[in-house]
Design a binder for this molecule. Structure first.
Ligand SMILES: [Zn+2]
Length: 91
């Protein structure tokens, strides 16, 4: 089923390109566990400078940022999977 642009090739390519930069998390500034399992809280996720809900572009590299999974979801962006409605990561 098409329909979700996150499943599209351009999006995947953007994710791969962003990942390849090896940047630290833009939200907390710490290194991202690029080799970690994708479900790990410290693994890489593609975040967006301007949230899509506010008109940010999904596929614009200029809008792409590297973030930890936990930071990304704590910020309130829904990425994959339904995030818990309350999101403050207790360390
Ligand atoms: Zn982070």
């Amino acid at each position: 089923m098409a329909g979700n642009p996150r499943n599209g090739r351009p999006y995947r390519r953007l994710v791969a390109a962003q990942k390849a930069l090896g940047l630290p998390c833009w939200l907390c500034g710490h290194q991202i566990g690029y080799q970690l399992d994708a479900r790990h809280p410290l693994s890489f996720t593609l975040d967006h400078l301007v949230p899509l809900s506010r008109g940010g572009s999904l596929l614009d590299p200029a809008n792409a940022r590297s973030a930890h999974r936990r930071c990304n979801s704590a910020r309130g962006n829904r990425t994959e999977r339904t995030a818990p409605s309350k999101t403050s990561w207790k360390w």
